[in-house]
Write a protein that binds this ligand. Sequence first.
Ligand code: HEC
Ligand code: HEC
Ligand code: HEC
Ligand code: HEC
Ligand code: HEC
Ligand code: HEC
Ligand code: HEC
Length: 394
Amino acid sequence: MKKFFLLYIFSLLLFNCTDKDAEYFDPRGTDYAGSQSCIQCHKPTHEAELTHAHYNATAPGTPENVLGNFSEGHNAFVYDGGTKIAMERRGDSICHVLYENGKEQKVFPVGIVFGSRHAQTSVYWENRNTYELPVSYYTSVQNWGTSPGFSSVRPQLDRKVVKDCYACHSSNASSSVRRGPSEKTNFMTGDIEDVIDPKTIVFGIDCERCHGPAKKHVTHHLKFPGEKQPFAITKYSALTNRQKLDACAICHSGVSGVKIKSIFSFRFGDAFADYWLKPQSDNPEVHGNQYGLLSQSKCFTASNNLNCTTCHDPHDGKKQGPDYFTPVCVGCHTSPSHNSETTKIMSLKRLAGNCVECHMPKQASRAIIFQQYKNSEFSKYLLRTHKIAVYPNP
Ligand code: HEC
Ligand code: HEC
Ligand code: HEC
Ligand code: HEC
Ligand code: HEC
Ligand code: HEC
Ligand code: HEC
C-alpha cells in the first residue's frame, strides 16, 4: 500500500515537473527554453553568470535592484526655482518624486533599471513606453547626478528609452509576445508598433541572447541524458575569429552608425556587417566601444587570433580586475623587455605586475558626463581603454 502511495506521489511530482516545463512560455517564441531550464545541466555556468554585469544589464525596478542613497539629505537633486527630484521608498516601490516649492507634483515609480557597475539609470512607464528619469546613480562618487546628457537646471521628463537601448541591455523587449517560433517572424508579423509590452521583456543578457534559441537542445538532451555531444546549439569553438569578435562587437562597438537589422535577431555565427553600418573613427569612445579600440591595438593587428574571450570569461564576472589580466598579456609577451629609460624610473617588480595599469589606462568618456549638483563642474566617467599601447606618463 505504502509503495503504491509513494509511486503515486512520485508520478504526481513527475507530472508536475513536465507540466511546469510545458507551462513555461518565452515571449521571444516557442523555440526558446528560458535560462531556468539550463540550470539542471549547466549549473556552474549559470551560477557564474549571476555574477556578471550582463545579468543585471537591465532589471526590474524593485528595491533590491535599485542602487542609491535614500536617506534624508542624500536623496535629492535640487534644480532651479524650488524644483527638486527626490528618490524615495514608498511601500514596495522606489520612486522619483518631483517637488515644486516643497509641494509634491508627480510620482514616478522606477519601472526598470539599466546597469549596476559604474552607473545606474532608471526608467518609468507611461503610455506603454519607458522614459529615462533625469537623475542617475554613479558608483564612482557614490552619489546621484544628472543622467548623461540631462540638464542640471531643470528636470527633463521627455526622454523616451527606445527599443535600441533594450537591444543591447536586455534579451527581449517588443510590442507583443510571439506565439510561434522566432524564425517565423517577418516584417509583417514583426515588431512594428512603437510601444513595449512589459510582458515581453526578458531582463539582462541571458543564455539564449548569446547562444540562440535552445528549446531543441534542451528537449533532445532531456530525452537522451547519456549523450555528451552538444545537439542543436552553435559550437563557439567552430567559429572563425571574426565571427567570435562579432558575437561581442554587436553590442560592444558603440551606439553611432546605422542599424540595418534589429540586433535582437543576431546569432552566433552572424556577421556584424549585416546588422550595422559603422562610421570609421580614429578616436573611438571609451564607453561601450571596446571593439573599436581593441581593433586599433598592435596586439590585435599583428596577431590573428585575439578576441574578447582571450581576456574575458563570458560568464564569470568575478574574473575581472586588472591583476587578472597579467597572465593573458604574458601569454603572448613571454618576456616583455622594457628599455633602460623605463627601468630607471619604474621598478622591475612593478613592470612585471600590472601590465594593464600602464598599457590600458583609465580614460574619461566623452559620451558620459554628469553633474552632481546644479551648475557644478562635469564629473568624469572613467573607463579602461581597450587600445593597448604605450602611453606617456603611465
Ligand atoms: C538535459 C541537459 C541539458 C540542458 C537542459 C541544457 N543543455 Fe546545453 N548541453 C548539454 C550537453 C550534454 C552538452 C554537451 C556537453 C557539454 O558541453 O557540457 C551541452 C552543451 C552546451 C553548450 C556548448 C556547445 C559547445 O560549444 O560545445 C552550450 C552553449 C549549451 N549547452 C547551452 C545551453 C543552454 C543555453 C541551455 C538552456 C537554454 C542548455 N544548454 C540546456 C545538455 C543540456
Ligand atoms: C546583447 C548585447 C551584448 C552582447 C552580445 C555582449 N555584451 Fe557584454 N555587455 C553588454 C552590456 C549592455 C554591458 C553593460 C552591462 C551593465 O553594466 O549593466 C556589458 C558588459 C560587459 C562587460 C563588463 C563586465 C563588468 O564587470 O563590468 C564585459 C567584460 C563584457 N560585457 C564582455 C562581453 C563579451 C566577451 C561578449 C561576447 C562573448 C559580450 N560582452 C557580449 C552587452 C552585450
Ligand atoms: C550598441 C549597444 C548599446 C546601446 C544601444 C546602449 N547601450 Fe548602454 N551600454 C552598452 C555597453 C556595452 C555598456 C558597458 C560598457 C562600458 O561601460 O563601456 C553599457 C553601459 C551602460 C550603463 C552603465 C552600466 C554600468 O553597469 O555601469 C548604463 C546606465 C547604460 N548603458 C544605459 C543605456 C541606456 C539608457 C541606453 C539607451 C538610451 C543605452 N544604454 C544604449 C551598450 C549599449
Ligand atoms: C555574453 C554572451 C554569453 C552569455 C550571456 C552566455 N554565454 Fe555561454 N558562452 C559564451 C561564449 C563566448 C562561450 C565560449 C567560451 C570559450 O570557449 O572561450 C560560451 C560557452 C558556453 C558553454 C560551453 C563551454 C563552457 O564554458 O562551459 C556552455 C555550456 C554555455 N556557454 C552555457 C551557457 C549558459 C547555460 C548560459 C546562461 C546561464 C550562458 N552560456 C550565457 C557566451 C555567452
Ligand atoms: C594574442 C597575443 C597578444 C596578447 C594576448 C597581447 N598582446 Fe600585446 N602585442 C601582440 C603583438 C603581436 C604585438 C605587436 C608586436 C610587438 O610589438 O611585440 C603587440 C604589441 C604590444 C605593445 C606595443 C604597442 C605599440 O603600439 O607599440 C604593447 C605595449 C602590448 N602589446 C602590451 C600588451 C598588454 C599589456 C597585454 C595584456 C593586456 C597584451 N599586450 C596582450 C600580441 C598580444
Ligand atoms: C588583452 C585583454 C583584453 C581584451 C582582448 C579585451 N579586454 Fe575587455 N577588459 C580588459 C581589461 C584589462 C579590462 C579592465 C578590467 C578592470 O579594470 O577591472 C577590461 C574591461 C572591459 C569592460 C568593462 C569596462 C570598464 O572599464 O568597466 C568591458 C565592457 C570589456 N572589457 C569588453 C570587452 C570586449 C567586448 C572585448 C572584445 C572586443 C574585450 N573587452 C577585449 C582586457 C581585455
Ligand atoms: C609602470 C608602467 C608599465 C608597466 C606596469 C608595464 N609596462 Fe610595458 N611599457 C611601459 C613603457 C613606458 C613602455 C615604452 C618604453 C619601453 O619600451 O620601455 C612599455 C613598452 C612595452 C612593450 C613594447 C616594447 C617594444 O618593443 O615596443 C610591450 C610589449 C610591453 N610594454 C608589455 C608589457 C607587459 C606584458 C607588461 C606586464 C607584464 C607591462 N608591459 C607592464 C610601461 C609599463
